[in-house]
Structure formats: C-alpha cells, structure tokens
Design a protein around this ligand. Structure first.
Ligand code: ZN
Length: 168
C-alpha cells in the first residue's frame, strides 16, 4: 500500500468533476486500499478520489474511533429525505486546519456500489449524512469552503497559499 499526496485548496485540480467508475476490479481495489491508508495516516474520516488527483467517483470513509468500520462508496448518489437543514462543523483534509459550520439536509438516502461492485442503499443521518454529502461534493469539484462567505473563503485561501509557499 502507499500513502498518496492529498491536494489542498485552492489547487484547481480539486475542481475536476469525476467520471463514473466503469469496472470494480483489482486495480480499483488497490486504489481503495491506498486511499484508506492515506486517510488513516492523515488522519481523517473521509476521502474522495478527487483529493488524491484520481478523477473517478470513489469515496472511502471510516467514522469509527478505532479504524474498525471502513466504508467504500463507488459511484455514490444521495437524495435528501428531509427539507430540514442542520449545521455541522466540517473540516477537510484538502483544507487543513480550518473548521466551519455548513448547513446540509439532515437525512439522506445513499446509493452506491461496494468494493465488490455490489449495489447497496442506506439511509443516513448525523455525521454519516454530512460526510457522504461532503465527499460527493468533492466528486463534483466542490469544497465545503464554497458554502462560506466570500470573505471567509478568501481568508482561508490566503492562509493556505502562504503555507504552501513556505512549505513547498
Ligand atoms: Zn473534504
């Protein structure tokens, strides 16, 4: 397995719209394993392929405290099951060090393929609902900072650009 490089805002490659995965094969499963290793090492709870500069519709996630609940979502789609929005403080491995409240639907239905290519469906609330919406945004080239005011987003962008200049 390998730890992959995570793109950071405002890298324009994070704006790429990912293409659907066409076949769930061993190459894809190797990428999935690398993404888990990268996410756990960061550490983080979710990672979209977009963030490691692979523009396929693939998300890995583990919301447990002890790395015991790895979840794979291939070609994920969600639909809100309620119009009710709730704020949740979000962070992102591509926007390191910044946490801001974002309003999203509180309950969603998720459809995706698992790592064997089998379709599954689940109803999500709480952190899982937030996380899948955040990760699906990545696959569409969108970041949580896009929900913030221009002022806040620019402040974050400038701080990260400064860090990137200092650390290469
Ligand atoms: Zn993210």
């Amino acid at each position: 397995m390998a730890i992959l490089n995570i793109l950071e805002f405002p890298d324009p490659r994070l704006r790429t719209v990912a293409k659907p995965v066409e076949s769930v094969d061993d190459d894809l499963r190797r990428l999935i394993d690398d993404m888990f290793e990268t996410m756990y090492a960061a550490p983080g709870i979710g990672l979209a392929a977009t963030q490691v500069n692979v523009h396929q519709r693939l998300v890995v996630m583990d919301l447990s405290e002890d790395k015991s609940e790895p979840r794979v979502f291939i070609n994920p789609e969600f639909e809100p099951l309620t119009a009710e929005l709730g704020p949740y403080q979000e962070g992102c491995l591509s926007v390191p060090g910044f946490y801001e409240n974002v309003e999203r639907p509180l309950q969603v239905r998720i459809r995706a393929l698992d790592r064997d290519g089998q379709p599954f469906e689940l109803v999500a609330e709480g952190l899982l609902a937030v996380c899948i919406q955040h990760e699906c945004d990545h696959l569409n080239g969108k970041l949580f900072v896009d929900y913030l005011s221009t002022l806040k987003r620019d402040r974050i962008r400038k701080k990260l650009e400064k860090q990137h200049r200092q650390h290469g």
